[in-house]
Every structure is written in C-alpha cells, then in structure tokens.
Design a protein around this ligand. Structure first.
Ligand code: UD1
Length: 364
C-alpha cells in the first residue's frame, strides 16, 4: 500500500506530523506532497524542522495573491500531476484550507480513495472559504475522521453514510502533547521580556477581520482598550501584515501601548507563549482547540465556531468583534477569573494511532 499525504499551510503541518510518524513506525509506503500554499521560512520550513517532518517528496509551487477559487483550481491542477507521478492507493488530506479541498478533488477525479482528517466541522457560515472547503472535501471523501461528536452529527445530517465516519480524536492535540516538554525549554518569554500570566497573545488572519479596513480599524480600537490593561503579544501573519500596510494602518498599530509585534513564530515558541499567557485572543480555528487542552482561556474574535466542543467543554468564549463585549471579558480575565475546562474525548495523543488502525483494517 502506498499513501500520499497532502499539506500546504502552517496548520496542516501540525496535523500531518503524528500520522507521518505512525506510517514510519509501521513501515508503510508514504509520500508527502507540499503544495507550496505557504512558502515563507517561518510559515513552512521552520515547522518541518521543529516537527521532524521529512523533506517533501513533491514540493509544488502554488500561485498566490489570486482569488480563492482561482487558487483552488490552480492547486488541483498541480496536485493531479504529482499524483499521476506518485500513483498512491490512498490520499490523506487534513483540515480545511484550499490545499485540502484541491488535494481531495484531484485524488477523487483520478479514482484514488480519499481520507479526510478533521472532517465534519461546520460553522454554518458559507462566507468563510474554509466552510466551503470542508463541505466539498467531505462530500467526496471515502474515510471521514472526526475530532468531536458534533462533526459526526453534521455529516449524518448531510447524508453521508455512517460507515464512512470514524470518531478518532484530534491529531493536532497528538502533536501538542508530544511537543509540550520541548516547548517548555523555549526562550521566548525571556526574549520578549514577559513574565508568566502577565500578558495575552493575539493572532489574526481571517479575511472577515483583516481584509476590510473598517473591521481592521475596529480591531485596533479593541487593542487600544486591552493594551491599556495588559501586554499583548501579536505574531503577525503575512496576510495581516500586507493588509495593515495597504490600509496605511501600520503606523497606528505601532503606536499602541503595550503591543508587542513579532514575526510569525515557530511551533515551540508559540506553544510556550500560549501556555504562559493569561489568555489568548484569536480568530484561528486550531488555537481554540490548543488553548482548551492547555487550560488557557480563549477569546475568539468571530461570530461562530465550527468547534463547539471547545465552548461546551473547553476554555473557548466566542465573543464576536464587539468592542464593549470583548473588553468586558478581557477585564474579567485580567482580574484573574478562572475558566473551568475538561479535555474532550479522545484528545489524548492517540488520534493518529486510531486513524492508522481504521485505515489498515479497512484497506487490507
Ligand atoms: C490559510 C487558510 C486558512 C488557515 C491559514 C493558516 C485558505 C483559504 N486559508 O490562510 O484557513 O487558517 O492559512 O495560516 O486556504 N503569504 C505569504 N507567505 C506565506 C504564506 C502566505 O506572504 O508563507 C501571503 C500570501 O501570498 C497571501 C496571504 O499571505 O497573499 C494569504 O495567504 P493564503 O495562503 O491565501 O491564506 P492564509 O490567510 O494564510
């Protein structure tokens, strides 16, 4: 059996790492295809190094700075060529980015079986490119591996056959648990002159928050209010940086008190930074899950989440981008309000093992 895994963006790398380890442990023929969607050292190669991922067998060059639809079509075309060269029996895609859906559709059109890891999550917000990517990927996948039970329900509601769906847990948490000790050794707190619980962390890259000048200005108002109370560490995503510059808001952001802007951080530094923080402000999907496991409060700057278990059991609070609401929540967290959290089922470091077992029993 030969398996091909397709990755392209930063969060994909954390999700594929434990599966690559599992395939290696069992001596399964495996090739890694990197679509090139993320290409900066700090968004890609650094993660390969820190996570011990092998050099990709196929490293494609993705066109960027084009529309979402154009990027999906372009990616599908180049992935197809790579798959025709590699001839795998099964393709694995992870998450919900353009490389995910392009990989799934390329494989499906070539008659290759598809496994989707992190299937079934739904925000029910079709304006998010990720939601469309999730729905399209799930529709054609032969194996759908879910991280929480709400995802199983969503898939069944969409008419996907029960025998294709497997609740296995969270591969991103496999990676977090296996790198937690190493991350404790990171020097990032010292480098940024931070003390534990004396700061919060911010990440922002969703088009709804950063692609429009008005929304971005609203975020800056929020940062001014929070910066008056606590230090904020903000590793700047390339999309966010580009937009700040094109809106001419870079000068204003740099004048906000207590705001520490950094380049995108590596996995270990960022894990250490999140673990030591008082709370995290984010519009990312994966960070809502990671903070739940770390027991760190997460203030999500969106109107919805596709990961409801992080609210019902974890530390996540979805607060939209309403300035009054966010500052109220942050104030409480700064004062020291605790949030109770439980670790969701199967977020235990063994998701990749469960996926491997399903695949070998079904494919043999
Ligand atoms: C993508 C995913 C998003 C995921 C995020 C994680 C899609 C539709 N979006 O968003 O779901 O949460 O990755 O980071 O797939 N850029 C660089 N250097 C890089 C990478 C990107 O300069 O290494 C630039 C691109 O040229 C582009 C912008 O940043 O102009 C956005 O990149 P893109 O890959 O389109 O989407 P992300 O915002 O990173």
């Amino acid at each position: 059996m030969k398996i091909a895994s397709i990755v392209g963006t930063r969060p994909n790398f954390m999700k594929i790492a434990p599966l690559v380890t599992e395939f290696k442990r069992h001596k399964i023929g495996h090739v890694l295809i990197h679509t090139g969607q993320h290409y900066d050292f700090s968004m890609s190669r650094l993660f390969f190094e820190e996570l011990g991922l092998p050099k990709p067998d196929e490293h494609l060059v993705c066109q960027t700075g084009i529309g979402v639809d154009e990027q999906r079509s372009f990616l599908k075309k180049i992935i197809k060529v790579a798959l025709e060269r590699q001839k795998p029996d099964l393709v694995i895609v992870v998450g919900d980015v353009n490389s995910t859906v392009a990989g799934a559709e390329a494989a499906h059109e070539l008659g290759i079986k598809v496994a989707h890891v992190e299937a079934g999550l739904r925000s029910f917000d079709n304006t998010m490119p990720e939601e469309i990517n999730r729905i399209r990927t799930d529709k054609i996948s032969d194996f759908l591996f879910t991280t929480e039970k709400s995802a199983n329900k969503n898939l069944l509601n969409e008419g996907i056959s029960r025998d294709k769906i497997f609740f296995v847990g969270n591969v991103m948490i496999d990676t977090l648990l296996s790198h937690r000790k190493k991350a404790e050794k990171s020097k990032i707190l010292g480098q940024l002159k931070l003390r534990k619980k004396g700061y919060c962390v911010l990440t922002l890259h969703r088009p709804s928050n950063v692609d429009n000048r008005k929304s971005f200005e609203n975020i800056l108002d929020i940062l001014e209010a929070i910066g008056a109370k606590i230090k904020i560490v903000f590793p700047l995503h390339p999309r966010t940086k580009k937009n700040l510059e094109s809106f001419g808001l870079d000068k204003r952001i740099r004048s906000i008190d207590n705001l520490i802007i950094t380049k995108p951080l590596g996995y270990l530094d960022f894990l250490c930074l999140m673990s030591g923080s008082r709370f995290v402000l984010t519009d990312s999907g994966g960070i809502q899950e990671e903070t739940t496991v770390l027991g760190v409060p997460c203030v999500t700057l969106r109107n919805n989440t596709e990961r409801p278990v992080t609210i019902s059991q974890g530390t996540n609070m979805v607060v939209s981008t309403d300035k009054a609401k966010i500052t109220r929540v942050c104030q409480r967290l700064i004062k020291g309000d605790a949030v109770k959290a439980k670790i969701p089922q199967f977020w235990d470091g063994k998701a990749a093992e469960r996926i491997f077992k399903v695949l070998t029993s079904k494919l043999n």
